[in-house]
Design a protein around this ligand. Structure first.
Ligand code: ADQ
Length: 496
C-alpha cells in the first residue's frame, strides 16, 4: 500500500548546507544522512516539499535573493526555509529543545533548565513553522513532522484549521512517566502529540512509555490492552478521533555504505591504517559530543581493561572520534574538558614512546575516512547512556564486509532492541563489565565473530532506511493493522 498524495517533510534543519563566500555569493550543498537519502526520491517523485531552518541565523544582509537560492537549490524538490534570528534560536533551539526536551527525554533531569521563556519561544517558533507549512500545503498533502524540536507543529496546524493527515516521528527516546511528569508543560506537550494522526517511535519501550504517560496525564483516551503488549502499530481512541502509534526503528542506506566499503580507495586507506598498527587490535568509538553518548564511561572502561589485562599493553588501541556539537551549551563544553582530561590521564599512565593507548580526534570525519575506519577496526565500542537508535552501530555493520568485526553495544541504545542476540551488550554504568566485554571481544573465536556479524549485517540489510520509510507510510494508511509483525523486544533483566 502506498500514500499517493504529495509529501511535505518538516524538520528543524533543512537538508542543505549553505555557505556564503567572501564575494557574498551563496553556495548550496546537499545535506547528508539517512533521512535525506530516503526522503529525496519520494519527494522528487511526488513533487514534495521540505520545510526547515536553513542553518544560519537571519541577518539583515540576507535578502530575498538568498532565499530564492535556497528555494531553487539543486535538491530536485521544493525547499521552503523558516528563517530564525539569534534570539529565537537561543530560546527555542538551545533553550527548550536542547536544555529541556533533550535531557528530559534521555533521563538527564538534572540537566533540565525549565525556564518559562524557553517554553514561550518554543510555542512561538513551532507556530512559525506551522505557518510556513500552512502556506505551502494543499488539503490532500501528507504532512510529516520530525523530532522533538517541533512537537507542537501538528496542534498549531489544527488551530489553523488544517485537516490534512499529519504524522510525527520522534528520533530520540520517549521517557517513562516518572521522568516525563517533571516537565511543567507535560500536559500541553502530550495533548499536542495526540493531534497527529500517526506517531512513530524507534522501540516498543518508547511506545509503552508514551502510553504510560497518556494514561496518567490525559483522560478520555481509550487504550486497548494489545497496544501495551508488543503490537507494532496500535490505535488510541479519543472521542471520535483515532491516533495511530507505532514502532519504526530507523536505519541507514545499507547499500550506500556496503558499496563504499568495497571501493578500492577505501580498501587502500584501510590497509594503510593497518600497516601503521599491524600487530595491534583497534577499538573504535565514533560519537557526537554529547553527555548521552557515554564517552567518559567508555574511556574509564578502557582504562580498567588495561589495568585488568596487562598482556594487552601495546596490543590494543582505542580510537575515539568525537564530532563537535552544541558547544554553546555549558554542559557540552564541560564534557569536552572531561574527555580530554581522561584521554591525557590514560595515555599518561599507560603510554610508552612507541604506544599511545588512546587516539582522540575532535572533528567531523568525511565519509571516506569514516568508512575506512569502520572497515579496519576490529571492534566498534558504542556505549550510550541512552540513545534513540544509534546509526553508527548500523553503519559499522554495513561496512564490515569481511565479517570479522565485533559490536559492543549499550543495552540502552534503541539499536539493542534489534541486535541483542549478536552484539555484546553492555551496561555503560558498569565499568568492570565493560572492561570484560572488551576482553571478550578481543578474544572471540573467528567463527563466532563471523556468525554474529553476518546476522547483524543481514538485519541492517533487510531493515534499511527505505524499509523504515515504507513501514511508517504504510502504517499511516493501512486498514488492517494486524498485518504488521510484532515489534522486537529486549529487556536487560532477562539476561542470563
Ligand atoms: P544523533 O544523536 O546525531 O541522532 P546517531 O544516530 O548516532 O546520533 O547519528 C550520528 C550520525 O553522525 C551518524 O550518521 C554518524 O556517521 C555521524 N557522525 C557521528 N560522529 C561523526 C564524526 N566524528 N565524523 C563524521 N560523522 C560522524 C538522533 C538520535 C539517534 C538516532 C538518530 C536518527 O539521537 O538516537 O539514531 O537521530 O533517528
Amino acid at each position: 500500500m502506498e500514500i499517493k498524495s504529495r509529501i511535505v517533510i518538516v524538520s528543524n534543519r533543512l537538508p542543505l548546507i549553505l555557505k556564503k563566500s567572501e564575494d557574498g555569493t551563496i553556495e548550496v550543498g546537499k545535506g547528508a544522512g539517512g533521512l535525506v537519502t530516503a526522503m529525496a526520491p519520494v519527494l522528487k517523485n511526488r513533487n514534495g516539499t521540505w520545510i526547515g531552518w536553513p542553518g544560519f541565523v537571519q541577518k539583515e544582509d540576507i535578502d530575498d535573493n538568498m532565499l530564492q537560492v535556497i528555494q531553487s537549490s539543486a535538491s530536485g524538490y521544493n525547499v521552503k526555509p523558516v528563517m530564525l534570528n539569534s534570539d529565537e534560536l537561543k530560546n527555542y533551539y538551545e533553550g527548550f529543545s536542547n536544555s529541556i526536551l533533550w535531557p528530559l527525554f534521555h533521563d538527564f533531569t538534572d540537566k533540565c533548565i525549565f525556564l518559562p521563556e524557553y517554553w514561550k519561544s518554543y510555542q512561538a517558533i513551532n507556530k512559525k513553522f506551522a505557518l510556513v507549512v500552512c502556506r505551502n500545503t494543499d488539503d490532500q498533502d501528507f504532512i510529516w513532522v520530525h523530532d522533538y524540536q517541533l512537537i507542537l507543529v501538528g496542534a498549531q496546524l489544527r488551530k489553523m484549521y488544517k485537516r490534512n493527515s499529519i504524522g510525527f516521528f520522534l528520533h530520540i527516546p520517549f521517557p517513562p512517566i516518572d521522568t516525563f511528569a517533571r516537565c511543567p508543560w507535560r500536559f500541553e506537550l502530550l495533548s499536542a502529540m495526540l493531534e497527529y494522526d500517526i506517531l512513530g517511535f524507534h522501540t516498543i519501550q518508547d511506545k509503552r512509555n508514551f502510553i504510560g504517560c497518556i494514561k496518567k496525564i490525559i483522560q478520555d483516551v481509550q487504550i486497548d490492552k494489545k497496544a501495551e503488549s508488543n503490537e507494532r502499530v496500535s490505535e488510541l481512541r479519543l472521542g471520535n478521533r483515532k491516533v495511530r502509534i507505532g514502532v519504526f526503528p530507523i536505519s541507514i542506506d545499507y547499500n550506500e555504505f556496503f558499496l563504499k566499503a568495497w571501493d578500492s580507495k577505501i580498501y587502500k586507506r584501510a590497509k594503510e591504517m593497518r600497516s601503521n598498527a599491524s600487530d595491534t587490535k583497534i577499538l573504535l568509538g565514533v560519537d557526537r559530543l554529547d553527555y548521552t553518548k557515554g564517552i567518559p564511561e567508555k574511556l574509564k572502561a578502557f582504562q580498567r581493561f588495561l589495568t585488568l589485562f596487562p598482556k594487552f599493553h601495546k596490543k590494543a588501541h582505542f580510537i575515539q572520534i568525537v564530532a563537535p556539537s552544541r558547544r554553546e551549551i555549558t554542559a557540552y563544553a564541560d564534557l569536552k574538558l572531561k574527555i580530554e582530561q581522561l584521554v591525557g590521564e590514560i595515555n599518561g599512565i599507560f603510554g610508552t614512546n612507541d604506544w599511545l593507548p588512546v587516539q582522540y580526534m575532535f572533528r567531523t570525519l568525511d565519509r571516506d575516512e569514516l568508512i575506512s575506519l569502520y572497515r579496519t577496526c576490529e571492534i566498534a565500542f558504542i556505549a550510550p547512556l541512552k540513545d534513540g537508535m544509534n546509526l553508527i552501530a548500523k553503519e559499522y555493520c554495513a561496512c564490515n564486509i569481511d565479517e570479522k568485526g565485533v559490536l559492543i553495544l549499550s543495552e540502552f541504545a534503541g539499536a539493542a532492541q534489534q541486535f541483542y542476540q549478536d552484539a555484546i551488550l553492555v551496561n555503560p554504568h558498569d565499568t568492570e563489565g565493560m572492561a570484560k566485554a572488551i576482553y571478550r571481544a578481543f578474544n572471540m573465536p573467528l567463527e563466532e565473530k563471523n556468525q554474529r556479524m553476518r546476522n547483524l549485517r543481514e538485519n541492517v540489510k533487510t531493515k534499511d532506511v527505505f524499509w523504515w520509510l515504507n513501514s511508517f507510510l504504510t502504517a499511516a494508511i493501512e486498514k488492517d493493522l494486524s498485518n504488521f509483525p510484532q515489534a522486537d523486544e529486549y529487556f536487560p533483566f532477562k539476561m542470563v
